[in-house]
Write a protein that binds this ligand. Structure first.
Ligand code: MN
Length: 229
């Protein structure tokens, strides 16, 4: 027990960095809602609205290769495979044409969702929080530095469950690209090194159950494998 705190401080959550023995420390996790037109349409929404955001806590991260317990409250537990941008340099009111300078690297992430709970909350005019922000709700693969893979503006994004393709699209179909996501988000909050931005999911979200194995991928960023236990 630290002498300076009345309870033990939480540990820093670190993601592996490809090609390095050092880790990427996670500060905040933001997620973009409805960032692929075909996914917005599968829930009956117009795709032309500005991006909007919700948050998860850093300790909701799950590493590659983990098994996550089936979460409480839900009977419709959904995968959403997403490109994740890892912020290396913070700032507020960042212009889109400078925004990519703030990105350290990219990863594959799953914005795990209690869909039934999310939709019930939304229907009642309540926040998405209970449907989106819960233990183990943010699986994230290793961070690939921009120095190695460049910026991710196109390429295949996919998730399979037990070997069957459930979501398959292209990063270039995002409504708001990473630069414009950062521009919008940094008007809302000051971004800091260590922030992760889950950039939204394409169409094809569906339920997983105990025993399912999810393998997500984004071209050049490897795979993220998570089992539901
Ligand atoms: Mn999502």
């Amino acid at each position: 027990m630290s002498a300076e705190y009345v309870v033990t401080p939480p540990p820093v959550v670190g993601l592996p960095v490809v090609g390095s023995s050092e880790k990427f420390p996670v500060r905040r996790i933001y997620c973009v809602g409805r960032n692929y037109a075909a996914h917005a349409r599968e829930f009956g929404h117009d795709e032309k609205l500005p991006p909007f955001f919700f948050a998860k806590a850093a300790d909701m991260i799950v590493p590659d290769g983990a098994t996550v317990p089936y979460p409480p409250l839900t009977q419709n537990y959904h995968h959403e495979v997403e490109l994740v941008a890892a912020i290396g340099k913070g700032g507020a009111n960042i212009a889109a044409d400078k925004a990519l300078e703030h990105v350290y690297g990219y990863a594959v992430g799953f914005d795990m969702t209690r869909r039934d709970v999310q939709q019930a909350a939304a229907k009642n005019g309540k926040p998405w929080e209970v449907g989106k922000s819960f233990d183990n709700s943010a699986p994230c693969g290793p961070v690939y530095p921009v120095a190695q893979v460049g910026h991710i503006t196109s390429g295949k994004i996919q998730i399979t469950v037990n070997g069957q393709v459930r979501q398959s699209s292209d990063i270039n179909l995002m409504i708001w690209d990473v630069a414009h996501i950062i521009e919008h988000l940094s008007q809302q909050v000051t971004l800091g090194p260590g922030d992760l931005i889950f950039t939204g999911t394409p169409e094809g979200v569906s339920a997983v159950v105990k025993g399912d194995v999810m393998v997500g991928s984004v071209e050049t960023l490897g795979t993220l494998t998570v089992k539901v236990g």
